[in-house]
Design a protein around this ligand. Structure first.
Ligand SMILES: CC(C)(COP(=O)(O)OP(=O)(O)OC[C@H]1O[C@@H](n2cnc3c(N)ncnc32)[C@H](O)[C@@H]1OP(=O)(O)O)[C@@H](O)C(=O)NCCC(=O)NCCS
Length: 180
């Protein structure tokens, strides 16, 4: 029987050896979207492979070194179960702004991991950016609650920004947080 006790987690910087966990978490979310299309991020359309994920992770680690990203992962029993990344805008005129993304593995949600990941990334981000922005699906009430709780404000909604599958129309809610 599954142990119902809440697992202990730690948050830390990402490393190269997190590759397989990060890929597996992303693939699991892709599968989850088939039964719950109201969550997540716009899908890329390509199936991520280990090779592509390795390239993506190497680039992300390089960005962190160059000060162009801050990333936090959550670990339970030696495996990464969530990640929050904040990456720099490409234009030098928007380099004061970071863009945030977050994913926690389904079976580890509602345990405070998302909050801890965001708090850790936002703490690091304060030293680099004066503002953080993110996009969230209109349906994604849980994620919006988390962002609002951490001080994010809605600055716009793009109705029907995405169409998932044949006809699920999804609004994009845009939020920002300005550091004092
Ligand atoms: C959005 C997401 C990152 C939130 O992560 P999470 O780990 O579930 O977040 P938390 O556990 O910190 O907070 C979620 C809820 O759990 C509650 N919670 C926090 N700690 C808790 C604890 N120890 N015990 C019980 N509940 C707890 C929080 O109060 C919060 O409740 P609320 O939703 O009523 O406000 C996660 O749901 C996810 O990855 N979703 C799929 C991908 C996605 O949609 N990402 C967002 C793209 S924009």
């Amino acid at each position: 029987m599954r142990n119902k006790q809440k697992p202990k987690f730690t948050v830390r910087d990402p490393k190269r050896s997190d590759l397989r966990d990060l890929l597996s978490n992303y693939l699991q979310m892709q599968k989850e979207i088939k039964t719950n299309p109201y969550i997540g991020i716009p899908l890329s359309g390509q199936r991520p492979t280990l090779k592509k994920e390795r390239k993506w992770l190497n680039e992300l680690l390089k960005k962190i070194k160059k000060g162009k990203a801050v990333v936090t992962v959550a670990e339970v029993d030696g495996h990464v179960v969530g990640m929050c990344d904040i990456t720099s805008e490409s234009s030098p005129e928007a380099k004061h702004t970071g863009t945030l993304g977050i994913l926690v593995k389904k079976e580890y949600r509602s345990m405070g991991i998302g909050t801890a990941l965001m708090e850790s990334s936002l703490k690091k981000a304060r030293k680099k950016y004066s503002m953080i922005k993110l996009d969230v699906f209109g349906f994604n009430r849980g994620a919006k609650r988390l962002y609002k709780r951490l001080g994010f404000k809605v600055y716009g909604v793009l109705p029907e920004a995405f169409i998932r599958g044949k006809k699920l129309k999804i609004d994009k809610v845009m939020m920002y947080l300005k550091f004092d």
